[in-house]
Ligand binder design. Structure first.
Ligand code: ZN
Length: 394
């Protein structure tokens, strides 16, 4: 990630209190396997890191099949897949394997070995920043806890890095913060570290952004924040069947950003909703499951929403008494007929009518049911002819 964007890596020590939580011990694993009595490794961490339950305590023992079975997770309903399991807050160990493999295990004495440790260390998160013209901030965040699963959550990391890379060359009004942190405890730590200096005006959490489902947008707790309106608006045009959901206090890190003490305007963007696709938290959430074209359309939806945040403003009609005679300003295309010309003409009428110094371009786009881009471009033309003047930035 650091090769693509200038990433600052921060470490916060185990045991530190962050809001109502304590940073846990750090888990590291070097090697793990199950060997049969012939000395063959039938399960090996090196072939898939899903084979060991995350946060497993170290173990080295010889067990019969019955005892071993108590430390094995499988998915009987999806017998060819390896499940992804974690045990963050209770000390235990386990292996994960396909149910088919589990059924094939013979009665034998197995050697189990997990070379891991759980000791005082650090919670690590990465952050990149793009400085805008103002100190008002946009927070874009993705969780990093199990990046070996492709859709949840490597796709979110890739999308965030691409957005950061693209924004680097753009002059922006807002300052952008890109946060790569473990789910829940990472977001809580980041909030604790930034408690006194939060300037977040808009924000988005993204994960599961590479599959062909959805897309799904879950509004912030505020429900009608500008990010909610911007996302709903762009999805209406790019994905007419998008799932637009109200806020619920369950999900990803928007739960922390939208906790009542912070109540930040942060929504959640996904393709398929987490937990609803059969590949979720299994070995089938791999690179065959996600597609470049879905990542690209996810990127475009978020990029369009950023464009709304950046370009939204209030304008004032300088000739508000009667309609201005548009022909005199070289604005009316006398040759009618094509749809884009008709749309542009309607956009001009809406903008002139609603630009009373109160309503923003997004208000006008919503009320006219025209795409924001059409409104924004038409407003620029009207402004260049002196028919609109700039009010305060909103
Ligand atoms: Zn997950």
């Amino acid at each position: 990630m650091g090769q693509k964007i200038p990433l600052t890596v921060r470490e916060v020590p185990s045991g530190k209190q962050v809001l109502d939580w304590i940073i846990p011990k750090e888990w590291n694993i070097r090697e793990a396997y199950i060997k049969n009595s012939r000395g063959e490794r039938i399960v090996d961490l090196r072939s898939s890191n899903l084979h060991v339950m995350s946060y497993s305590a170290p173990v080295h023992a010889h067990l019969g099949l019955k005892e071993l079975s108590e430390h094995i997770y499988t998915l009987p309903e999806q017998p060819d897949l390896i499940p992804y399991r974690t045990s963050y807050y209770s000390e235990n160990w386990a292996f994960c394997m396909s149910h088919a493999q589990f059924l094939s295990l013979e009665d034998d004495i197995y050697e189990v070995f997990i070379d891991s440790d759980l000791k005082l260390g650090h919670l690590t998160f990465g952050e990149a920043k793009h400085q805008g013209q103002t100190t008002d901030e946009v927070l874009l965040s993705a969780h990093i806890c199990h990046p070996s699963l492709a859709n949840d959550n490597c796709s979110g990391l890739a999308l965030l890095a691409c957005l950061a890379e693209r924004l680097a060359s753009r002059k922006t009004r807002y300052t952008y913060r890109f946060l790569f942190a473990p789910a829940t405890i990472g977001a809580i730590t980041w909030l604790a570290e930034n408690f006194d200096s939060l300037k977040i005006k808009h924000g988005l959490v993204m994960s599961c952004v590479g599959d062909g489902g959805g897309p799904t947008y879950k509004s912030s707790r505020l429900g009608d924040a500008m990010i909610d309106r911007a996302m709903r608006h762009v999805l209406t045009y790019s994905f007419p069947h998008a799932d637009l959901l109200d806020f619920i206090p369950y999900g990803y890190d928007e739960r922390q950003y939208c906790s009542p003490g912070f109540n930040l305007p942060v929504g959640l963007f996904q393709r398929s909703r987490f937990g609803t696709f059969p590949e979720y938290h299994t070995s089938a959430d791999n690179l065959d499951f996600i597609k470049p074209k879905h990542l690209a359309s996810s990127f475009n939806a978020i990029w369009d929403a950023i464009d709304v945040l950046e370009s939204n403003r209030r304008l004032l009609n300088t000739k508000p008494y009667g309609e201005p005679q548009l022909g005199r300003y070289d604005l009316y295309s006398p040759v009618g007929g094509d749809k884009r010309t008709a749309e542009r003409n309607m956009a001009m009428l809406w903008i002139l009518n609603l630009s009373d110094g109160q309503q923003t371009l997004l208000d006008i786009a919503e009320r006219s049911k025209l795409p924001f881009k059409v409104i924004r471009d038409a407003a620029e033309v009207l402004e260049s002819r002196g028919l609109l003047s700039e009010c305060d930035a909103n």
